[in-house]
Structures are given as C-alpha cells and as structure tokens.
Design a protein around this ligand. Structure first.
Ligand SMILES: Nc1ncnc2c1ncn2[C@@H]1O[C@H](COP(=O)(O)OP(=O)(O)OP(=O)(O)O)[C@@H](O)[C@H]1O
Length: 319
C-alpha cells in the first residue's frame, strides 16, 4: 500500500548569525527513509518533536515533493497524482479540521460527497454506518463550530472516510480528547482496520494509542528511521530499567545502594533505576534497612520508558 525508498526532504532556512548577518542553512527534515506498509496493516509512526513525522506524512499525501527518493502510495506517485490519490486516501490532522465551520456536520459530509463524486445511495449507506459507529447522531445537525473537540474529531474521521478510502493517515487524532472520547475513537479505528481492512498509518505522541492499536511501530529520530518492528520486539530490544519509588520520612541526600542509582529526587521522594539484571528485592531490602521509609513501590518499564531510551540511545532499524 505504501512504498518508500530512500526519501529525503530538506528545507532551506535563514538563520541569524551575529547581530545583523543572516545565513542560509539546510535542514534535513527527512534524511533517507525506506519502509513498506502492506494492505491491512495498522502502523504507528512515532518520534520526538521535530523528528520529521509531519514531513513524511506530507510527502505520502502529496502535499510535499521529496528532495530525493521514491514514494508510491496505492501504486501512485503522491505529488504527481494527487487528485487520483485523494480518492484512495483519507487524512485526518488532529490539530485542524477539514469541516466547514459554519455548516452543520451533515452538510459538510454532503459537500464532501460531491467533491469525491460518491453516488447518493452509496453515500447514504456509508453515512448511516459511520453515524452509528462514531455515534454522530446527536450532533449531525449542529454547526461544526458548536461541536466539542471530541465530537469534531469524530466528524473529521467521518469526513475522511465517506469516500471509503483504502488507506487512512492520521496525525495526532486523539490530541486533547478526554478518556471517553479517546476510547470511542480507538474502538472505531480498531473496527475499521479489522473489519473493513482499511490500512492505517497513525502518527501520535500518545503512547496509549500505540499500545492499544498498533501491532507495528516505526520510530523516526533526526529524520532517520531508528526502529521498525513490533512493539513486543521493541520491549525485548530495549533493556529498560525498573524504577523504585521511595518515600522517605524526610528529604535526604540521594540514596546510595548497590545495584541501583537515583535518577530523580523531589523532597522526600526519590526514584531509583534498577537494571533488569539486578534483583529488585535485594535493593528494596537494602534501602529499607538503612533508611526510614514511609512507602515504597516498584514500577515496571512502560512503553514510555522504552521510547525515551530509544530516543536517547537509538536501536538499529530492523529489530
Ligand atoms: N516548511 C518548513 N521549512 C523549514 N523547516 C521545516 C519546514 N517544515 C519542517 N521543518 C523542519 O523540519 C524538521 C522536521 O519537522 P516535522 O514537522 O516533520 O517534525 P515532526 O516530527 O512532525 O514534529 P512534531 O512532533 O513537533 O510535530 C524540523 O526541524 C522542522 O523545523
């Protein structure tokens, strides 16, 4: 569905160099990335701020032309065949809306039907289905500007899907949503992927999205692919520390104990990192034996810790 071969995109920006002088600097936003996504996959695309995620998505959707390399989406060249690709592709940018602000949601969706020349009967059936799955019924006739963020996002998802595309590209679709709205969106995406077979590429900073939705993750850092593989393999590859959280009776200098090191302190609370090879029980016993401890808890490495490590250290792609 997506074939990307050594794509790169650089921008020329003007930077101040000294009080009055400005010089031109090349920024390699994407610096030689290759991957393929097969039909029916659900792939998470992660990376720290400025890593090059949006630039990649813009090249996949034809908004930007790569400086070098080759991209094919649904067999098409996105920047040259943008109109043809639009019929096969749905895109949602969480930060903006594609809906008409002053129109009721229903009218926006009808306009989109005309834009894509979807037959009336096909549209009616599709809209009924999306209305049910995304629970749009109560606000279909409300102007978009009066919708809550969660309602608007569901409306945007419907707008991206009324023409029944094979591929859905999502950029931060759950940003700012409350727990309930997130759950609705996630459940919908899972059904879309498993029941309809829609291929989904999801960019997000929300690691909960990734854990619940994606079997495969790609991590980009400084314009390069730092990891491409399953979430489970990522867990096995990155040997993350467990964290022991110790609440002392009163603030104290960093605890010194064999096998663990203090990574953070906040008043009487201290966080100790315990490498996976070290016996945590021995560390707990040593700390409790030598300090006045009020409370103690051990946290297993979450996906957040794994990703932080990966951003800092880097793991070769292909694991
Ligand atoms: N139009 C542009 N002109 C100049 N530089 C740009 C442009 N677009 C992106 N960049 C630069 O390219 C790099 C990658 O940006 P990009 O927006 O792709 O990152 P991102 O991974 O999407 O980040 P975020 O998570 O913050 O959205 C950044 O250094 C950014 O400043």
């Amino acid at each position: 569905m997506i074939e990307v071969d050594e794509i790169a995109k650089s921008f020329t920006v003007r930077r101040r160099s000294g009080r009055l002088r400005r010089s031109r600097v090349h920024v390699a936003a994407v610096d030689g990335i290759s991957f393929t996504v097969a039909a029916g996959e659900f792939v998470g695309y992660l990376g720290p701020n400025g890593a090059g995620k949006s630039t990649t998505i813009k090249m996949l959707t034809g908004i930007l032309t790569p400086s070098s390399g080759r991209v094919r989406v649904a067999g098409l060249d996105p920047s040259r065949q943008r109109t043809a690709l639009a019929r096969r592709l749905g895109v949602v940018f969480g930060q903006r809306t594609t809906l008409w602000w002053d129109l009721p949601l229903r009218d926006s969706l009808t306009l989109i039907r005309h834009l894509y020349r979807v037959e009336r009967s096909v549209h009616r059936a599709r809209l009924a289905e999306l209305t049910e799955l995304l629970e749009l019924g109560p606000f279909l006739d409300t102007p978009v500007r009066q919708l809550s963020l969660g309602q608007r996002m569901r409306g945007d998802l419907a707008a991206a899907l009324v023409h029944d595309p094979e591929l859905l590209v999502l950029d931060e679709p759950t940003i700012g949503l409350d727990v309930v709205s997130k759950a609705t969106v996630r459940a919908f995406l899972t059904r879309l992927n498993t029941e309809r077979g829609t291929t989904i590429l999801l960019t997000t900073h929300d690691l909960g999205d990734i854990e619940r939705l994606c079997r495969r993750v790609m991590i980009i850092d400084h314009g390069r692919l730092a990891y491409d593989g399953s979430l489970d393999a990522l867990r096995a590859t990155v040997d993350a520390d467990r964290i022991l959280i110790v609440d002392l009776a009163r603030p104290a200098p960093p605890i010194e104990v064999e096998g663990a090191s203090v990574v953070r302190t906040d008043g009487p609370r201290q966080w100790l990192a315990i490498p996976s090879a070290v016996n945590a029980a021995a560390v707990v016993a040593a700390v409790a034996g030598r300090h006045e401890v009020e409370d103690i808890s051990l946290r297993e490495p979450g996906i957040e810790d794994l990703i932080t490590r990966l951003y800092r250290g880097g793991v070769p792609a292909g694991h």
